[in-house]
Design a protein around this ligand. Structure first.
Ligand code: NIG
Ligand code: FE
Length: 412
């Protein structure tokens, strides 16, 4: 048992598990001033309360000395396993090329794929573990990681095996893996993309399922990448192996991505930068979680998802990092929290729920993390003693306000 006492403010308290927050509820962030929290030997939250009810503890005690404490971040969309970096394209962008133009020249995802296929599994694991260690120290307790930077059978399996090794090496985190073979069409299939879709369905999916390497399936449904029909064909086949769909939808163009996510009963539709009012209404009426990725809009200087309108319409809005070398080379969820406020125009409380409660729902792990609830993991962020309020954290967007993270009861 570990008793944490003298917490200045314990944020994100939910006596009972809430799956997903919509509408006005997204702005509700309950807290306890001057609190204690008891962690059991499995690293789970046993109980918590106000200091005037603080129990005697036989085990270890930690004095938070007035620090603010919140649940740790849940990042439901990343491409954290990749080889090398793409700062060359960063220069191309500064010199005026768009993301689509760089991709059409064989850059972008295909550039990362060439590098990854030439990198050994051990080297890939080493690079990825360093990134994961860093995001864990910045307060991320649960993370989704995709394949999709190989686009070959062996390479995709290599990526997914690396994700599995990361899960074994970081037991204090929750790691979910997604098969994204449909991330881009490899050059040799450009004249007949249907053949690549067949390859995904007939060769890749059975191999991924045989080793039980993925929880989810994803596709980049976009002009020049995969059509809604191809996406649905892949998702239908993946369902038969027990993989739940999630989708890169309507990022660069409004091209039936949202409708495809709804038709496939996807757990989440991600990006949504280019959706219109009609798609907002359709998503609001569905169970699909709408995940904005403002880090990609920021890095590419492209439009942001209409998150304010989505909340108003009743969509289940989540926000994740999209950590990847091409469109969002950062896994800082604290920065994502700031972008949620500054660029998506959500309140600090709404944006915080969107990167915790709602991203946990988008990964199907609402029973394990995302709030201060008995029975969930004691995965917590301890903020600097100088932090005066909740609002200050996303406001001071370059200040190192996170002092320390605890994941499943273990200090990082
Ligand atoms: O989520 N949009 C598709 N996939 C990634 C970017 C991949 C890349 O450029 O490497 C994204 O933004
Ligand atoms: Fe992505």
């Amino acid at each position: 048992m570990l008793l944490i006492k003298n917490i200045g403010r314990l944020l994100g308290v939910q006596p009972r598990e809430v799956v997903c927050l919509r509408g006005a509820d997204l702005d509700r962030l309950d807290s306890i001033e001057n609190a204690w929290l008891l962690v059991d030997d499995e690293g789970l939250i046993a109980s918590f309360g106000r200091m005037d009810t603080c129990p005697d503890c036989q085990g270890e005690t930690y004095d938070a000395d007035g620090r603010m404490v919140s649940p740790a971040f849940v990042d439901s969309h990343t491409h954290l396993v990749y080889a090398g970096s793409r700062e060359g394209e960063f220069l191309d962008k500064i010199n005026g090329l768009s993301y689509s133009e760089i991709a059409a020249r064989g850059g972008g995802i295909l550039n990362s794929a060439a590098r990854l296929n030439a990198t050994s599994e051990d080297e890939l694991f080493g690079q990825s573990a360093a990134r994961l260690r860093q995001v864990a120290s910045m307060g991320t307790c649960a993370i989704e990681i995709k394949s999709g930077y190989a686009l070959t059978l062996e390479g995709e399996l290599k990526m997914l095996r690396v994700i599995r090794r990361l899960a074994d090496a970081f037991p204090e985190m929750i790691i979910k893996s997604t098969f994204l073979g449909a991330h881009a069409v490899p050059l040799q299939y450009k004249s007949d993309p249907e053949k690549y879709v067949d390859h995904i369905i007939n060769d890749m999916l059975p191999a991924v399922a045989a080793e039980n390497l993925a929880d989810f399936v994803d596709a980049f449904c976009e002009i020049g990448f995969f059509t809604p029909e191809q996406t649905l064909r892949i998702f239908e086949a993946a369902r038969a192996y027990g993989l739940t769909p999630r989708l890169h939808a309507d990022q660069l163009h409004c091209c039936r991505g949202s409708e495809t996510a709804i038709a496939a009963n996807a757990i989440s539709a991600d990006h949504l930068e280019s959706i219109g009012e009609e798609q907002v209404q359709l998503l609001a009426a569905s169970d699909v979680i709408c995940t904005a990725l403002p880090g990609a809009s920021f890095f590419l200087s492209e439009p942001y998802a209409p998150a304010r309108a989505m909340v108003k319409a009743g969509c289940a809005v989540a926000i994740a990092s999209d950590y990847n070398p091409g469109t969002s080379p950062s896994g800082s969820m604290k920065f994502v929290w700031s972008l949620g406020c500054i660029k998506l125009r959500l309140t600090p409380a709404e944006a915080f729920n969107a990167i915790t409660v709602n991203t946990a729902a988008a990964l199907g792990i609402s029973d394990k993390c995302g709030s201060i609830t008995p029975g969930k993991y004691a995965s917590l962020i301890f903020y600097d003693r100088s932090v005066p309020s909740l609002e200050y954290i996303p406001y001071a967007y370059t200040q190192d306000t996170i002092e320390r993270a605890m994941l499943k009861g273990v200090w990082k």
